[in-house]
Ligand binder design. Structure first.
Ligand code: NAP
Length: 259
């Protein structure tokens, strides 16, 4: 089957879900713009995508560097008009079990990368996408966007913010024929999950998660949230009286170790 998108940008393509998505979209006559910070791992993704016939442009940029992101995105788009933009780069952390919180620096770093970094990825291309009147944006949030979890306050705040940002854009961009997919995955295996200490129910492989995400994006879904039991559980915690949600989530012992 011909790929529904022929020019795809993916941030955080040097690892985990981003690398799996890059390989899933790689095909002949597809141009990929792949961003990350680790040159060696990003190059490994690029080589795997080229082996599948894709043309690849890589960029070593921190997503929090707004001017550098804008200039790479616009230069790439001038050469290859983008039809799919996936804001996937992300980081996670959390408090030590005995600390009341994770501290300003850790929380701010996650908001900086996960929320502001995604905004730095999306905003520079909006004028060009809207002028062409076609394309799709996918924002990789998390099921943590549905309800604050006691083991990761800054992460949950960043992902809830990203979900809200992308859902706010969606009706605005509809009139320009730009679709927006909000992706809210549960656990999948990646270097990020290697730092998780606690139960990871319904854990998928990163390739398995990428298949679900790609299918949802390709079908034009507005929201791709999985696995269903975790999504429903967190939605319940959100709509139930707050003391019930708090009591359920307090029982879930979990720690995210530092990178
Ligand atoms: N793993 C899970 O269970 C899970 C669940 C729900 C949602 N998510 C979300 O899914 C996305 C992918 O996660 P993953 O598990 O694949 O994580 P991962 O393996 O740790 O990969 C994260 C990617 O983001 C990039 N990145 C991190 N900070 C960056 C920065 N400041 N500037 C530029 N790039 C940066 C990393 O690049 P370098 O390595 O090159 O620095 C890497 O390519 C993230 O948004 C994450 O929050 C993950």
């Amino acid at each position: 089957m011909r790929a529904p998108f022929s020019v795809v940008i993916i941030t955080g393509a040097s690892s985990g879900l981003g690398a799996s998505l890059a390989k899933a979209y790689a095909a002949p006559r597809v141009a990929l713009g792949l961003q990350g910070r680790d040159r060696r791992r990003l190059q490994a993704t690029a080589l795997a995508c080229e082996a599948k016939g894709a043309t690849v442009n890589t960029a070593i940029i921190d997503v929090t560097d707004a001017p550098a992101m804008a200039s790479w995105l616009r230069e790439f788009d001038d050469r290859h008009p983008v039809d799919l933009l996936i804001a996937n780069a992300g980081t996670s952390a959390g408090p030590d079990p005995d600390s009341p919180s994770e501290g300003t620096e850790t929380a701010a770093r996650q908001v900086g990368v996960n929320l502001l970094g995604a905004i730095n990825t999306v905003e520079p291309l909006l004028p060009a996408l809207c002028a062409r009147g076609r394309g799709r944006i996918a924002a990789v949030a998390s099921i943590a966007a549905y309800r604050g979890l006691p083991y990761s306050p800054g992460y949950c705040a960043s992902k809830a913010g990203l979900r809200a940002y992308a859902e706010a854009l969606r009706p605005r961009l509809e009139r320009h024929r730009i679709g927006v997919t909000v992706v809210c995955p549960g656990f999948f295996d990646s270097p990020m999950t290697d730092r998780f200490d606690g139960p990871t129910p319904f854990l998928l492989s990163s390739d398995g998660a990428a298949r679900i995400v790609k299918r949802g994006i390709d079908r034009g879904r507005r929201r791709v949230a999985f696995p269903r039991p975790l999504v429903l559980g967190l939605q319940f915690c959100d709509i139930a009286p707050a003391f019930i949600g708090d009591a359920i989530l307090r029982r879930y012992r979990f720690q995210i170790h530092s990178a």
